[in-house]
Design a protein around this ligand. Sequence first.
Ligand code: DX5
Ligand code: ZN
Length: 218
Amino acid sequence: MKYLIAPSILAADFGNLEKDCKMINKSNADWFHIDIMDGVFVPNISFGMPVLASINKYATKPLDVHLMIVDPDRYIKTFSDLNAEILTVHFEVCNHLHRSIQEIKNNGMKAGVALNPHTPVNVLDSIIDEIDLVCIMSVNPGFGGQKFIKNTFAKISELKKLIELKKSSAIIEIDGGVTDQNAKELIKAGADVLVAGSFIFKSISPLDTISNLKSITN
Ligand code: DX5
Ligand code: ZN
């Protein structure tokens, strides 16, 4: 089964980002997952443009940027200039989601939409064929290291059905609380991309942990 692993930089060593970026470059990981938080949409502030520019200086793999901010439309061009390949906005903050998605694509990026744990999949019924990636939040956004919410499995199945019904090419990303304990089941349920922060960076060998996640379905 083919699936992607996206280590979340939120759990990296901010005192030595160069080292952790180079570790991801060398690893079997596929993308860099980058969490941008504004302290308004979520009760935490992560980092902003200068840090993303540093990551971009070292990263040799696609930047998967997850915006946990209100009014993301204001920054779409900025993130394109910072080399984001995928730009994900939250459903809960977009009054004109169709327009936001078009803007992301017009700026040369793939468009992602993230759903909070309480947001049902069916809110995407009328827009799924425009979306490149749906990020199902398997924790409440804002912090790394939280406990995986089990209802995620039901949401993956439902989303998978919707994607097939509408013949959408959207892929499914799971973000939050991913470990070797749930990775296999998530892939089996239909996940295409697994984001993992603490599980990778708090492990003794992040390189080995990434390899293990990447081969967990074997
Ligand atoms: C949470 C972020 C996640 C986070 C995942 O708001 O969107 O990407 O970094 O961290 P872990 O894997 O530690 O749950
Ligand atoms: Zn994220």
